[in-house]
Design a protein around this ligand. Sequence first.
Ligand code: AHR
Length: 488
Amino acid sequence: MKKLTINTSARLSKVNSNIFGHFSEHLGRCIYEGIYVGEDSPIPNTKGIRNDVCSALKELEVPVLRWPGGCFADEYHWMDGIGPKENRKKMINTHWGGVTEDNSFGTHEFFELCAQIGCEPYLAGNLGSGTVQEMSQWIEYITSGGISPMTELRRKNGRNEPWKLKYLGIGNESWGCGGNMRPQYYADLYRQYQTYCRNYNGNELYKVACGPNADDYGWTEEIMKALKPCHTRAISLHYYTIPSGDWSHKGDAVEFTEEEYYKTVKNALYIDKIISRHLEIMSVYDPAHEIGLIVDEWGNWFDVEKGTNPGFLYQQNTMRDAVTSALNLDIFIKHSDRVVMANIAQAVNVLQSVILTEGDKMVKTPTYHIFDMYRCHKEGERVFTCADSEEREGIPALSHCATVKDGVLSVSLTNPLLKETQELEIDVCGFDFTSVEGKIVSDSDIHAHNTFTEKENVTIKKFGDYSAEKGRIKVKLPPCSVVTLSVK
Ligand code: AHR
């Protein structure tokens, strides 16, 4: 039997709710169809926003939503997306399928969406093809209560009071689709742009600079040399898990071999090393740790579903996604002293989504259920956990994390092995408890997924395969499972 020790006296860091954040881009059917259908749609909506999708995101207690991209952000001109819809300029979404973007979902609609969900907005500003003035005016339009051409314009467009905006990314993937810049050049532009993004009426912006792609440590080094906490509160990191590691043949979302599964898990776990190394570099230039790390794009990226638009990045979501999302969340929780936000890509119908839609139908994916189960860790204090380290199939045989909040100890355990049940003895130190309750997301078939007709193939179930006595809990983790125990 394997051992896991939990010491609740060792409180290590507070888990920022924003680690469970999401991302919605003008890409494929994420915004249009997935979230926004327009007020005249037969699909039930409130101010054009789908009621079913919005309620599901609300239930998930989505803390923060990033928008409008992604690569799209650096071609987005916000003024085209305000005012009467019939007058809004149309544009070509050059990154994603070359489709017409009619700008019917713009700033007002996004803030309405965040209000309906009850989440914080996180804007990605256009540094790649925009201007300093354009970004500066966007912030003024959104957050200023004073008298100026921008605030007059906002009022004319039906919004009297300014909105609150905290999170502002300045440029997206500026090393790639956001301008193919070198870090020194980007850092100088960043410093210039951020200067003119003002704090109006007590609204305090939390500015985020474009950080590295995956393991590009050179980018982090240069950015950190050039930026100080007075310029930026955080830098971003993007890392996608590609099963094959090869962008031209990533692998199918549903049909994959055991070998491909283990490769996916291995590649997902690589983010732990990446985060650790970036944080080490950041510490050299920011020893007081005033600048945080935001993983504002992460998740599995497979080949698009056959028969769908290749530019729309639509993929199914299986138990494999459930396992890798739990592994990622465990890693973010482990680094929660410095990882202040993470945004899975993307919320609806794109990449590793929590929700899929087809016409008026909607389904929650296995990844949704992991996010749902992990809600217990939000704002909890991470406590020390240590397990026998054992590798199988080239990966650690167990992933775990534990947090304490409001007198409840929440323990998450993932068995990523496909064939082995794992028996675990958990020693709980420093925490008296009288009850344990368990939940599980699992399936004997790693390919299991939900469809529009079979929505509950993979979902959260009650878990009872444990016994507890005097500070000790014995658990039997079935193969390919994610379990959360609530210990009181
Ligand atoms: O999430 C899809 C794309 O991946 C984003 O637009 C871009 O930032 C990243 O390369």
